[in-house]
Design a binder for this molecule. Structure first.
Ligand code: ZN
Length: 706
């Protein structure tokens, strides 16, 4: 499970059309209109200027509006080609500019781009509503839907027709005129609140807090790399000779793990868990209350008891109850394991003569001690073996062995930042498959976490395939001085994870945009999480883990310790994750709008699952970015998909071949390429030949009853 995946395809759903604008002189220079004269049509960031985005959005909306008008002017009876297909192909410019804009706004934003995002959000929301609430358009789609059985459609055409009909109904096409007006207003209000929430969160994470240390003795226990990075950070901030720690994971986590200064650990962790809850201009509590209430109202209007039911209806899980019982079942062994670890950590505190109870800001520090005690393993011993470039090559190698694809570096591409690496992805037969960008390190304009997106999605134009451009963006430890970027184990698995999403991007292939690569939310993390299993396999580790100075393979005993420690602290990890998932479900379980005190609500919600005070939900409500973005009522999906990914990986293990070509081919076909062609569970069964089971997951996390 990874902190922050933004599926940029969600942004593509923002379709749009309100203002008609005639082309003017500046349009001639707008590369979004002329196309990119670059290898593979890569977006040319040497030519794209900030001022190009808004006109491109506006023209994109106007174009789509004109396309819809043309579709509605057709006099023949509505059929698949003249209605469903025409609609499916509309809005291409808008989709293309959205892909580029939202990728850059996440990876390298600035006040000008943020301002555009604020301007565009209400426009695209209104545009999307204009489409979804267009009665003539809905009537044509409904007509095709109702006679779909008689049109001789193939299964993909049928599914595309059904999905579009559902989309319209779920977006209010079945409402009367006054209800439609209410819905429009709700969507506008939601969009404004969501943008504000994200802006606040970015400021609270990257700007509003830092821990400045000016006495060397306060660095006691910290690894050299962490101290060097903090000195670098201080220099950037004009604080030469001091050390600055921030709320980005590469800065914060080592501090929490290794700093012996309890008060400083508390100060830093407080900075983290109070984001959006500081009663300042960036406070997110009221904004989140608005969002929860607006969503409750929207769900009721559309005929659902609550927003969670509205969202989950389309997922593999189908109902919130199904999700709750799934989470509850896993909470029991996870909480037991976490409590047992807590007692072991308290014993260390007592033994060391510390006269205090373990608190949330102590967990990482004592977990590290416990890890050393149990496995004689220090995370810092591992890092010299996880050189970023080697891990990347090891990951490419896994993909080559599984699918035959290869990676060719592309130099001098017109990227949005000089740090971005670009590769061409070639299929087994040497044909072009995709372009991949890799952007590894934190920068002030980058969102936290790691994600996979698209600078361009795959689509067909006049029967010709336009190939995708897939992005992987991370916030990994930077190189310092002579030392290359050395990753933590968490960062290693994160890279494999995002690369798994990228594989789905490379392989997705479909003529209908509505369904191509479009899998249910609770299946999205299967392609990504399954790659983490290869990342952790001894055979694979042995290939990529080489010492940065000597090139030596990781010693066997260290490898064994790493393997043994993989189940370590999984009680904590699973509990904090389930807690956040439950908080998400509760916030989206409101049956009607009401006065909401977000902190009191969170406390009650966490009380119901008996969360222990030493563990906070992985995201507290005021900084729960996932649920404001595309993961509302959907944070559970990582754990749901963890059942799928461990069960799927077990197929390779059981076959005795880690790269079994038949199983890999079936996974590529039914999940990665055709995942959107059928219902999620049906696609899974086509791949696996059976239903998934939980045992491999429980075993992997060490939560299986002995
Ligand atoms: Zn993911």
């Amino acid at each position: 499970m990874k902190p922050f995946l933004i599926l940029l395809s969600a942004a593509l759903f923002l379709a749009a059309a309100c203002k008609e604008k005639s082309p003017n002189a500046t349009d001639m220079n707008n590369p979004f209109f002329s196309g990119f004269d670059t290898p593979f049509g890569f977006p040319d960031f040497t030519k794209i200027d900030t001022t190009h985005y808004l006109p491109a959005f506006e023209k994109g909306m106007a174009d789509q509006k004109a396309e819809i008008e043309a579709l509605l002017a057709v006099t023949e009876a509505p059929g698949f080609e003249n209605t469903i297909l025409a609609y499916d192909r509309s809005g291409r410019l808008l989709k293309n500019v959205s892909s580029v804009f939202y990728s850059v706004n996440a990876a390298e934003t600035n006040p000008a781009l943020q301002e555009i995002a604020r301007k565009v959000a209400p426009l695209t929301t209104a545009h999307y509503d204009d489409l979804m609430l267009n009665e003539a358009l809905f009537l044509r789609i409904k007509t095709v839907y109702e006679k779909r059985g008689e049109l001789g459609l193939d299964s993909l055409q049928l599914r595309t027709t059904e999905k579009y009909y559902e989309d319209f109904i779920r977006n209010g096409a079945g409402l009367d005129a006054s209800q439609k007006e209410v819905l429009r207003q709700i969507n506008q209000d939601l969009s404004a609140n969501e943008v504000k929430f994200r802006d606040n969160l970015l400021a609270e994470t990257n700007e509003n807090f830092r821990l400045v240390i000016d006495r060397p003795e306060d660095l006691a226990g910290l690894p050299q790399g962490s101290i060097a990075a903090a000195a670098q950070e201080a220099e950037l901030a004009g604080l030469e000779g001091k050390w600055v720690f921030n709320l980005q994971k590469p800065s914060m986590i080592p501090f929490l793990q290794y700093s012996g200064k309890r008060d400083l650990r508390e100060a830093l962790y407080r900075g983290y868990f109070m984001r959006g809850d500081n009663g300042n201009a960036f406070d997110n509590k009221e904004i989140l209350a608005n969002i929860a209430n607006l969503r409750a109202q929207k769900a009721r209007l559309l005929g659902y008891p609550d927003f969670a039911s509205y969202i989950i209806a389309r997922n593999m899980a189908r109902t919130p109850d199904q999700v709750r019982s799934f989470l509850n079942e896993l909470m029991v062994p996870s909480l037991e394991a976490a409590i047992s670890d807590r007692e072991a950590m308290q014993a260390i505190i007592d033994r060391e003569g510390g006269d205090f109870r373990l608190a949330s800001w102590d967990w990482w520090y004592y977990a590290e001690k416990l890890r050393k005690e149990r496995f004689d393993l220090d995370e810092e011993q591992l890092k010299p073996y996880f050189v970023l470039g080697n891990v990347r090559d090891g990951m490419f190698d896994v993909a080559t062995r599984l699918y035959g694809i290869t990676f060719r570096p592309l130099k001098d591409m017109p990227v949005y930042h000089p740090e971005v690496e670009v590769f061409e992805v070639l299929d087994a037969d040497g044909s072009h498959l995709s372009v991949l960008t890799l952007d590894y390190h934190p920068r002030p304009g980058k969102r936290v976490g790691a994600w996979c997106g698209r600078l361009r999605e795959q689509y067909y134009e006049d029967g010709e395939k336009v190939y995708p451009i897939v992005t992987v963006t991370c916030n990994f430890t930077r190189p310092t001085g002579e030392v290359p970027a050395l990753l933590t184990w968490d960062e290693v698995t994160t890279l494999f994870h995002e690369f798994g999403h990228a594989l789905q991007g490379f392989f997705a292939d479909g003529r209908y945009n509505r369904i191509a690569g479009n899998v249910p939310r609770d299946m999205v993390e299967l392609p990504s999480q399954i790659m983490e299993n290869w990342a952790a396999h001894p055979e694979v580790i042995a290939a990529y883990a080489r010492h940065y100075k000597t090139g030596a393979v990781m010693p066997t005993d260290l490898q064994q310790k790493l393997q043994q420690s993989m189940t370590f602290n999984q009680g904590f990890a699973t509990v904090e994750y389930i807690a956040a998932s439950v908080l998400d479900l509760d916030l989206h379980g409101l049956k009607a709008p009401r006065e909401l005190d977000i902190n009191a609500f969170e406390q009650e919600s966490m009380g119901r699952i008996h969360l222990i005070p030493e563990i906070l939900p992985r995201y507290r409500a005021p900084y729960f970015g996932h649920i404001v973005g595309g993961y509302a009522a959907g944070y559970y999906v990582y754990l749901w998909a963890a059942v799928l990914d461990t069960d799927a990986f077990q197929a390779f293990i059981d076959s005795g071949d880690l790269y079994n070509p038949q199983i890999a081919a079936a996974f590529r076909k039914h999940i990665l390429t055709e995942g959107g062609n059928g219902e999620g569970m049906d696609q899974y069964r086509r791949f696996r030949g059976k239903d998934p089971v939980k045992e491999p997951l429980l075993k992997k996390r060490g939560l299986m009853k002995q």
